[in-house]
Design a protein around this ligand. Structure first.
Ligand code: ATP
Ligand code: MG
Length: 317
C-alpha cells in the first residue's frame, strides 16, 4: 500500500535540501578525493561549494627534527594560504565551482566545527585520512572528532579514486528520525549517480522469543515500517531499494550489504547518530562509530539534531 494513504503524509521536497556543501582540506590525497566528491554533489544539486583549511602555528619546540607533528606540515600563514589556494585551484580545474574559501586559525577539528556553526552547511565533506603518519588507521583523528561532534550531516569519503561516485547506497535504519534523514540524504546523493539502494534493519531475538507469538507480530510491524522507509528512500533515489530485516549485529549486517555489490568501496553507507546535544556530543552511537572505522567506502552520518533532520520533520508535519 502507498504509505501516504496510511499516514496522510506528503513526501517532503528533499531535492531542495542540499544548498551548501563545505569540504575540509589538509592538502592530502584523502582530502582531494573528498573535494572531488563534494564538487560532484554541489554541481549536480546546484549547491554552493565552500572549502576550508585550518592551520595553526607550530610551537618552536615541535619543529625540531624527529618530532612528529601530524596536524599540519607548515609553519606560517602564508604556507596555509598557498595550500588553500592550490587545493581550490585543483577543484576548479576539475570543473568544481567554489563559492568561498576559508582559512581558519585553530586546532583542526575545532576550527572546522567553528566555521560550520557560522556557515551552516547542509553537508560537511571530509577525507577519511589526511597527512597524518599513522597509515594503518582507516580514520584519522580530525575526521573522527568532527564526525563525533558535528551537528550537521558529515560525509567521510574513503576508498581511493575508484570509490567515487557510489554505485550503491546502504542505509542502516533503526527506526529513528536521524536514520530516516540519513537514508533520504544518502538517497539524494546516490540518486545523482544512479546508485541502487539497500535498507537494512538488524534485530536480535530476545530469549524465549517465539513462544508467545508476540515477537513474530512485532517483527511483522518492523517489516512494515521498514517497507515504508524503503518506499520513501526509493522516491528520492529514483529506484526501489531492497528492504532487509535481518537478525544479527547492525554494523556487521550493514557492512555485509555494502560488500555484496562486489566492490565495497563503491557502497555509500548511511546511518543516523544520536547527537545527544552539547553535553553528549562525544557519544556517537556504537554502530556509526564502527562503520566510520570499518567501512571500505564512504560513510554518511546524520545526527539527530541536524538542521537537515528538523527540515525533514517539517516536511512530515
Ligand atoms: P591524524 O591527523 O589523526 O594523524 P590523518 O591526518 O590521517 O590522521 P585526519 O587529520 O583526520 O587524518 O584527516 C582526515 C580529513 O580531515 C582530511 O582528509 C581533511 O578532509 C580533514 N582535515 C584534516 N586536517 C585538516 C585541516 N588542518 N584543515 C582542514 N581539514 C582537515
Ligand atoms: Mg591529520
Amino acid at each position: 500500500m502507498d504509505p501516504r494513504e496510511k499516514t496522510g503524509h506528503e513526501v517532503p521536497e528533499v531535492g531542495m535540501l542540499i544548498a551548501r556543501v563545505l569540504v575540509a582540506t589538509d592538502g592530502s590525497e584523502g582530502a582531494r578525493l573528498a573535494g572531488r566528491a563534494a564538487a560532484d554533489i554541489a554541481s549536480r544539486t546546484g549547491a554552493e561549494l565552500h572549502l576550508v583549511h585550518v592551520w595553526r602555528l607550530v610551537p618552536a619546540h615541535a619543529a625540531y627534527p624527529g618530532v612528529m607533528w601530524t596536524d599540519y606540515s607548515y609553519l606560517s600563514e602564508d604556507e596555509a594560504r598557498r595550500l588553500l589556494k592550490r587545493e581550490a585551484a585543483g577543484i576548479a580545474e576539475s570543473g568544481g565551482r567554489i563559492a568561498g574559501t576559508h582559512l581558519v586559525q585553530d586546532a583542526p577539528a575545532g576550527g572546522i566545527l567553528r566555521l560550520c556553526r557560522r556557515l551552516r552547511p547542509d553537508l560537511l565533506v571530509l577525507g577519511s585520512r589526511g597527512l597524518g603518519a599513522l597509515g594503518r588507521l582507516a580514520l584519522g583523528s580530525v575526521s573522527e572528532a568532527v564526525a563525533h561532534r558535528a551537528g550537521w550531516p558529515v560525509l567521510v569519503v574513503r576508498g581511493g579514486e575508484e570509490a567515487w561516485p557510489p554505485r550503491r547506497v546502504v542505509v542502516g535504519d533503526d527506526g529513528s528520525q536521524a536514520a530516516a534523514a540519513a537514508g533520504e540524504l544518502a538517497a539524494l546523493i546516490g540518486g545523482l549517480f544512479g546508485a541502487e539502494g539497500v535498507v537494512v534493519r538488524a534485530f536480535r531475538s530476545p530469549p524465549g522469543a517465539g513462544e508467545a507469538g508476540e515477537f513474530e507480530e512485532a517483527l511483522y510491524w518492523e517489516g512494515q515500517a521498514l517497507e515504508g522507509r524503503a518506499w520513501r528512500i526509493g522516491k528520492v533515489l529514483g529506484s526501489r531499494p531492497v528492504a532487509r530485516l535481518v537478525e544479527g549485529d547492525a554494523a556487521a549486517e550493514i557492512l555485509r550489504a555494502a560488500a555484496e555489490g562486489g566492490d565495497e568501496r563503491r557502497s555509500l553507507v548511511a546511518v543516523g547518530s544520536r547527537g545527544l546535544g552539547a553535553a553528549g556530543r562525544l557519544l556517537l552511537g556504537s554502530v556509526s562509530t564502527k562503520l566510520l572505522r570499518a567501512a571500505g567506502g564512504s560513510v554518511l552520518v546524520c545526527p539527530q539534531r541536524s538542521p537537515f533532520v528538523s527540515r525533514y520533520d517539517e516536511g512530515l508535519a
